[in-house]
Ligand binder design. Structure first.
Ligand SMILES: C[S@@+](CC[C@H](N)C(=O)[O-])C[C@H]1O[C@@H](n2cnc3c(N)ncnc32)[C@H](O)[C@@H]1O
Length: 202
């Protein structure tokens, strides 16, 4: 029998964990890593310029989130939450923005689960629900970086953004900051193409 490990997607709509977060207690800019897996990308950013930023890390798989909490336990400027980013983004950023006066430097969505079936599109991280919600509360102009090896997902997301009136999509070729995520390394080693863009939900 094959021992190949099968990784099932976690249905974010079934995870109803809700959090609030009192913020980091300072106004350093915040970098958000949605779907951080084992945290290699966050770690890379920390290594580059950790003391200039605070990091909000979200991972819906509880065991992975637990490991992330352990990995970053000694980093006061990293907060890890185990739950659905779409459901929790507002509550997690609210106090940091409105009380601490922090800005959000970048929100990274690196290699999100593709959710191919039409009826599953609402489970994607960048979905109508997120776009509509974010526009009700997030300060304008915050940049999102989105990377995937899934061309159909990428194309669908571009169409969704454009249909939602987003006109500022910038496509780019290289890993941000030269930091390859775990998923990116695996896909590049397999010779797959990577699709990348930045945009703001204005
Ligand atoms: C394909 S992996 C990519 C991991 C990592 N970003 C990388 O590039 O190596 C996608 C990750 O996103 C997480 N994830 C999927 N949907 C999520 C959501 N709605 N909120 C938070 N994490 C999510 C998954 O559990 C998984 O760890």
């Amino acid at each position: 029998m094959s021992k190949k490990r099968v990784r099932h997607h976690v249905n974010p709509l079934s995870d109803r964990s809700e959090y609030s977060f009192a913020g980091f207690g300072n106004d350093r800019p915040i970098i958000v890593d949605i779907g951080a897996d084992r945290g290699e990308f966050t770690q890379g950013l920390l290594d580059l310029h950790g003391d200039r930023y605070n990091f909000l890390v979200l991972e819906i798989r509880k065991p992975l989130a637990q490991r992330l909490m352990e990995r970053f336990a000694d980093n006061e400027n990293v907060a890890v939450f185990a739950g659905d980013a779409v459901r929790n983004l507002r509550a997690l950023l609210n106090d940091a923005i409105t009380v601490d006066g922090a800005s959000v430097e970048m929100i990274y969505v690196n290699f999100p689960d593709p959710w191919f079936k039409d009826r599953h599109h609402k489970r994607r991280v960048i979905c109508e629900r997120l776009i509509t919600d974010v526009r009700t509360w997030m300060p304008r102009g915050i940049s999102w970086t989105y990377q995937t090896d899934q061309k159909q997902l990428f194309d669908d997301t571009v169409v969704l953004l454009m249909q939602s009136g987003v006109e500022n999509i910038v496509y780019f070729d290289a890993s941000p900051h030269g930091i390859q995520t775990k998923w990116e390394q695996a896909k590049m080693a397999a010779g797959d193409s990577i699709y990348r863009m930045r945009f703001a939900l204005t």
